[in-house]
Design a protein around this ligand. Structure first.
Ligand SMILES: C[S@@+](CC[C@H](N)C(=O)[O-])C[C@H]1O[C@@H](n2cnc3c(N)ncnc32)[C@H](O)[C@@H]1O
Ligand code: SF4
Ligand code: SF4
Length: 339
């Protein structure tokens, strides 16, 4: 690893644990006693980061601050500005519901190659559409190398007894999106936010519901996506303030930069540089090879996918979860530019 790679690796892996843990929606879910103690000291953060560095130097295995496992890209809703671009997948490009067996293989493969995962998320699409979700959560919770587990849900499907039972765990939390104001969802589906919140709290399950506190109006439009090298300095500037730094994804066996990359990887023509960046954990010959690939993944100053993201016309402060009809979504797919 050269000097620049080491600098990027420290930013993306070693030092990112503290930054991720302190993100506004993460800290209330997973308050970390050790970090809270260290905060009392001027050099507490520096000390924590030094410990992570020593861990890496000893284990020679990367720390994953956050990874989100896509259990399906199918969804009960069709949000126009969905940050995974769910309404714009085709039947062929959707990530089909992952089975427990596939999930278990992926986790076993990944955990052999890394030091630890600070936060492991289950996302979609709508996570509760996956029939094996309870088994998958239970398995993730049983792993010593996974420190925290969460799901994100749109609250259109309430958890059954089996799911509630596994969610009652000190390592677990649920992020519940607040789409109460959204009317006219396809197929007569309804948002059951308040019932979900009550059910989880009554069962002693931790929740994150920052959209409620922000009056359900913290959404943003997504960048326009088209291939263009763009100026590298500008891309690094975008990357350094992008939400995509905080949501590394594991989709169909592939480690990808962010939610939008999940869409791009399956729907757009990819450059060779992007293909070289993607880590396919199912294709690794052995755990050492996978370790090296994940380390390389964290040595980048930004993601090659960022060359597709154009942030010029971004709007913020939008109501959460505005819906789009199938006809409008089809038009977007045709133009592929004006979301
Ligand atoms: C892609 S969703 C997946 C899980 C689930 N379907 C849901 O909506 O909660 C993950 C999180 O990203 C948020 N999100 C999606 N699109 C967004 C946008 N354009 N602006 C801000 N947050 C967004 C959602 O509200 C949700 O909390
Ligand atoms: S943001 Fe909306 S469309 Fe996207 S996954 Fe969540 S509920 Fe589905
Ligand atoms: S590809 Fe890069 S710029 Fe686009 S959302 Fe992901 S991290 Fe951000």
């Amino acid at each position: 690893m050269n000097k620049q790679d080491w600098k990027n690796f420290k930013n993306n892996s070693i030092r990112h644990v503290w930054n991720y843990a302190h993100a506004s929606w993460v800290w209330p879910l997973f308050p970390n006693k050790f970090m809270a103690f260290l905060e009392k000291f001027k050099n507490g953060k520096k000390f924590f980061n030094s410990l992570q560095k020593i861990r890496f130097l000893i284990t020679q295995k990367p720390i994953i601050p956050d990874i989100e496992y896509v259990v399906t890209t199918r969804c009960t809703m069709n949000c126009k500005h969905c940050n995974t671009f769910v309404p714009y997948f085709s039947d062929d490009s959707h990530v089909k519901s992952v089975t427990f067996e596939t999930f278990k293989q992926d986790i076993d493969t990944l955990l052999k190659s890394i030091d630890y995962i600070y936060s492991f998320g289950f996302v979609g699409g709508e996570t509760l559409l996956n029939k094996d979700l309870a088994k998958m959560i239970e398995y993730a919770l049983s792993k010593r190398k996974i420190h925290h587990v969460f799901i994100a849900t749109n609250c259109t499907i309430l958890p059954n007894e089996e799911l509630l039972k596994v969610m009652k765990h000190k390592k677990f939390a649920a992020h519940i999106s607040d789409y109460r104001d959204v009317k006219k969802i396809k197929g007569g589906i309804t948002v059951k936010y308040e019932e979900m919140k009550k059910l989880l709290l009554d069962n002693g399950i931790k929740i994150s519901n920052h959209q409620e506190n922000l009056n359900r109006s913290n959404w943003m439009t997504m960048p326009e996506l088209y291939k263009d090298r763009q100026d590298v300095e500008k891309i690094i500037e975008n990357f350094n303030r992008c939400f995509g730094q905080y949501c590394t994804m594991l989709s169909d066996g592939k480690i990808l930069q962010c939610t939008i990359s999940v869409y791009m990887e399956r729907n757009l023509e990819l450059t060779q540089a992007i293909k070289d960046e993607i880590v396919d954990i199912r294709a690794a010959k052995n755990s050492k090879e996978l370790t090296d690939k994940i380390i390389k993944f964290y040595c980048r100053p930004y993601s090659e996918f960022c060359h597709y993201c154009h942030f010029e016309n971004i709007q913020t402060g939008l109501p959460c979860g505005e819906q789009i009809s199938a006809e409008e979504a089809a038009l977007y797919i045709q133009n592929n530019k004006n979301l």
